[in-house]
Design a protein around this ligand. Structure first.
Ligand SMILES: [Ca+2]
Ligand SMILES: [Ca+2]
Ligand SMILES: [Ca+2]
Length: 189
């Protein structure tokens, strides 16, 4: 084992993917207690065990991240390449977040954008993944939440063509449905 970052507190929901498409597996991690969402770029096989060789960037996009449980690479436009990160946040935040690069420099935190998908849905989200679930339109999101403060645990399937609607007016319209009652018979895992 070797370390790639020792500054945050409570690394949780760590995942790998090649977000900059250089053929090297990068790492994304939420830090639950210190409230960070960090991306780490793989420096290549010769330096991979060297902590300071892993360049890193805060990709929260300015959103509060405290209580983050999971951060996963996601392919929203379904072209086979990861293009964003989806975060699952419990604690006082309780939302799903999408974080994506928009600019010239992946190492510049100001070139990362973030939006909460559930600004008014106070569920304690624990995991979320992006995939084509129903075979219709764009990518779908499946999310699970835990029981918190009287809100029971749930599994949610959220669908809509999300790529390209990252703006304040649109994300409030994102649909959310109870998977058990809404899943078509043809969808299975
Ligand atoms: Ca990479
Ligand atoms: Ca993609
Ligand atoms: Ca779909």
């Amino acid at each position: 084992m070797w370390k790639i970052d020792t500054l945050g507190n409570g690394a949780d929901g760590v995942h790998i993917g090649d977000i900059n498409r250089d053929g090297l597996v990068d790492v994304v991690s939420g830090w639950e207690q210190s409230g960070d969402l960090m991306l780490y770029f793989n420096p290549g096989p010769e330096l991979v065990r060297d902590e300071i060789a892993w360049s890193q960037v805060d990709i929260s996009g300015g959103l509060p991240i405290k209580g983050i449980e999971d951060a996963a690479f996601a392919d929203f436009d379904l072209d086979g390449f990861d293009d964003a990160i989806i975060s699952s946040i419990e604690g006082d935040t309780r939302s799903l977040g999408i974080h994506w690069f928009e600019g010239d420099d992946m190492l510049d935190p100001d070139d990362w954008r973030g939006v909460y998908m559930m600004p008014e849905e106070l569920a304690g989200y624990m995991k979320a993944r992006v995939a084509q679930i129903d075979g219709v339109a764009g990518a779908d999101i499946v999310a699970g939440s835990r029981s918190m403060d009287g809100v029971p645990a749930g599994v949610y399937w959220q669908w809509r063509r999300v790529w390209g609607i990252y703006d304040e007016s649109a994300h409030n319209n994102f649909q959310r449905n109870d998977m058990e009652s809404e899943l078509p018979d043809t969808v299975s895992w």
